[in-house]
Design a protein around this ligand. Structure first.
Ligand code: BEZ
Length: 214
């Protein structure tokens, strides 16, 4: 039974682990980048094959956002390498990013990725988005039967990166370039100073402005 209960704002635990790209020391490998650490349940399984192919194709989108991606399952590195050939053949691209081999579940337990109520032997579909300060900014947990939407992960990272730079929040279904919300902690007076072109107030607490630039 794993007892890890990592929460938003917690320091992402550091570890050293073997990967398909050599051994990594997690914090050192992240450097000043953002990070995505994700688990999949098992190599040579169908949904995981589509997920890894999708992420492999999307890797340039993560790189463009200064996000390093690393995957994990409780399989051995040699399995990850053999499976990558199937991913390349069936999905058009194999992952370039590292895959951690964690048959002893050292990292999986550190991050609470095995949920015994779902499976005693496999990791669930966990995602941890980690900021440049090494703190956990977002978590997702999906069951084995439901493949993740990685466009949604990119969208959420866009929001995390924007709201780290500006005192705004993003509304439901927001996408890059759309209006954002002025957070309640910013008074109308302060909002007028920050946004001299004005803002749109639907109610005293629901105030929109165009997405701020750099
Ligand atoms: C899958 O990737 O298809 C899968 C993996 C583990 C359990 C069930 C499905």
């Amino acid at each position: 039974m794993t007892t890890s209960n990592l929460q938003l704002g917690d320091l992402a635990p550091d570890f050293t682990a073997p990967t398909t790209r050599g051994e990594i020391r997690f914090h050192e490998w992240l450097g000043d980048s953002w990070g995505v650490l994700f688990s999949h349940p098992k190599d040579f399984t169908p949904v995981c094959t589509t997920e890894l192919g999708t992420l492999a194709r999307l890797e340039p989108e993560f790189t463009r956002r200064n996000v390093k991606v690393v995957g994990l399952s409780v399989d051995a590195i040699s399995d990850h390498e053999r499976w990558s050939e199937d991913i390349a053949r069936t999905q058009g691209q194999a992952p370039d990013f590292p895959l951690i081999g964690d048959p002893e579940r050292r990292v999986a337990d550190l991050y609470g990725m095995v949920h015994p109520g779902a499976s005693d032997t496999m990791t669930v579909r966990s995602v941890f988005v980690i900021g440049p300060d090494k703190k956990i900014k977002l978590t997702l947990t999906y069951p084995a039967s439901t493949g993740r939407n990685f466009q949604e992960l990119l969208r959420a990272i866009d929001s995390l990166q924007l709201t780290a730079r500006h005192q705004v929040a993003t509304p439901a279904d927001w996408k890059q370039g759309e209006e954002v919300i002025i957070v309640p902690a910013v008074s109308d007076e302060e909002a007028n100073r920050r946004y001299p072109d004005g803002f749109r107030a639907e109610t005293p607490y629901l105030r929109y402005v165009p997405q701020p630039g750099e």
